[in-house]
Design a protein around this ligand. Structure first.
Ligand code: ATP
Ligand code: MG
Length: 440
């Protein structure tokens, strides 16, 4: 059970400096725009959850709210900021970079902001990467493009060397934009910062196209990715309906969590089957997936299958689970496996078939954010700047139940967000596809 200690946010020290935003915020008489430090956001969201703790309301576990503080820790005139993006691409990375730079420079008056190139590699002298000066002019229109202007990379880097670079460049605040690996890396950096007695804030903006970071409503880029994925499902459906025995097979992102597969199928209600990592499925046998698919193709003449990349890993025999540069287990290619097995199964049963395979992952990851995600990225960036300027560290900013909050990094990587096979999202998917609850 999550308790107070899990939700406690680390700070570098007391906030003694008047925020440059304070005057503007205070001049609004009707609305309170800055955070009331004493107020907190309740963690539990049902009466039964809160009631089960048997505590008075002020002792219930609660999160620190995100947002501007009247007093801040860092003096903007003396503050130097670094930004790094790591891990795989995700729509909205450039929006986040842009939002950080504009908020820091225009509203707080921070003048020196640098970007590190190609993820944590950018700190390591041996790679010879230059740092990039980030000004409002440089970032003004970068949100028109997908990807990240800073580049990104995988691969473990030495946190001692990363902190050496922070010291060399006199950086006071480091913003890390990345997934669970990046946040783990940032925690190592925080450890070394602490060991050296430095006052450097490390604030994360969580990036996960799979939406697998826990305790947050939805990660940035997810909505864009899901909208893009629906295009492939539509194409697969058109292909399937246009050929005798047409089967459209679409592999989507989702190493551990099938959110993109689920939501894109709900949005484009054309799929007959969705396979996700959270719900194991049998392939063979009377009640297995392949036999069900055969009957569907014979009954209707076509079928559409959407599979998340992490689904059905237990069926990939020849697969040697190697690791990528960051230590993530390499997945076997479930899409290719299914394509082969579907063809073989239908051939063996004497069913004419035309299987069309779509693997749009890179095309999806690299698109620019849609307007919803752009707005969300900007607001996350604002929240991250407010948190960092107030001296918060080892924390990510996130929106939880529509409020911006600070979540300690250790909690953010303590588990993954999954589609609940007994929950209402999966229930909706089953209703939309008409597939059986289990293939067994
Ligand atoms: P994605 O969602 O694309 O996987 P990610 O942030 O998890 O994003 P990774 O490649 O796993 O992507 O990690 C990015 C960087 O974070 C790596 O280059 C590495 O420097 C650092 N990193 C990853 N895992 C760890 C770890 N367990 N401990 C310390 N640092 C890590
Ligand atoms: Mg990862």
């Amino acid at each position: 059970m999550i308790g107070h200690e899990d939700l406690a946010v680390r700070t570098l020290g007391p906030c003694r400096i008047d925020s440059p935003l304070a005057e503007r915020l205070a001049s609004r008489e009707t609305t309170q725009h800055s955070v009331v430090e004493e107020d907190r956001i309740l963690f539990d969201d049902t009466i039964s959850m809160a009631g089960a703790r048997g505590l008075p309301v002020e002792q219930l576990p609660s999160l620190e709210p995100g947002g501007p503080r009247k007093r801040i820790y860092f003096d903007p005139a003396k503050t130097r900021v670094g930004i790094v993006t790591c891990g795989g691409l995700c729509p909205g990375l450039n929006d986040v970079i842009r939002g950080l730079v504009l908020e820091l420079s225009r509203h707080y008056g921070v003048r020196r902001i640098v970007g590190f190139r190609n993820g944590y590699r950018g700190f390591i002298p041996h790679y010879g990467e230059d740092v990039v000066d980030l000004t409002p002019e440089v970032v003004q229109h970068i949100d028109d493009e997908g990807g990240t202007i800073l580049g990104t990379s995988r691969g473990l880097q030495d946190p001692e060397e990363i902190v050496d670079a922070l010291e060399r460049l006199n950086i006071n605040i480091l913003f890390v934009v990345g997934g669970d690996g990046t946040i783990r890396g940032a925690m190592e950096v925080v450890r070394v910062i602490g060991e050296r007695g430095l006052k450097v804030a490390v604030v994360g903006i969580p990036k996960t196209i799979d939406n697998d970071i826990p305790y947050i409503d939805q990660s940035f880029g997810f909505q864009t990715a899901m909208a893009e994925a629906t295009k492939s499902i539509h194409a697969a459906s058109v292909e399937a309906r246009s050929a005798p025995g047409g089967v459209g097979l679409v592999k989507l992102m989702g190493r551990h969590s099938g959110f993109i597969a689920c939501y894109s199928v709900l949005a484009k209600d054309d799929a007959d089957y969705v396979l996700i990592p959270e719900v194991p499925f049998a392939l063979h046998g009377e009640r297995g997936f392949l036999e069900h698919l055969r009957r569907r193709v014979e009954d209707r003449g076509h079928a559409v299958v959407v599979v998340a990349e992490g689904a059905g890993q237990e069926h990939i025999e020849e697969h040697e689970p190697g690791r990528d540069a960051s230590g993530n287990v390499r997945l076997g290619d479930v899409g290719r496996l299914l394509r082969r097995l579907i063809c073989e199964h239908l051939d063996r049963a004497g069913v004419e078939n035309n299987v069309r395979y779509f693997d749009p992952s890179y095309a999806i990851r690299s698109v620019p954010a849609n307007p919803y995600d752009s707005a969300y990225c900007l607001r996350l960036a604002h929240a991250a700047v407010h948190a960092a300027m107030a001296g918060r560290t080892e924390v990510i900013v996130a929106r939880r139940r529509r409020r911006f909050v600070h979540i300690p990094m250790p909690l953010a990587v303590s588990r993954r967000n999954h589609v609940d096979p007994l929950g209402d999202l999966w229930m909706s998917v089953l209703e939309a596809t008409g597939q059986p609850v289990r293939f067994e």
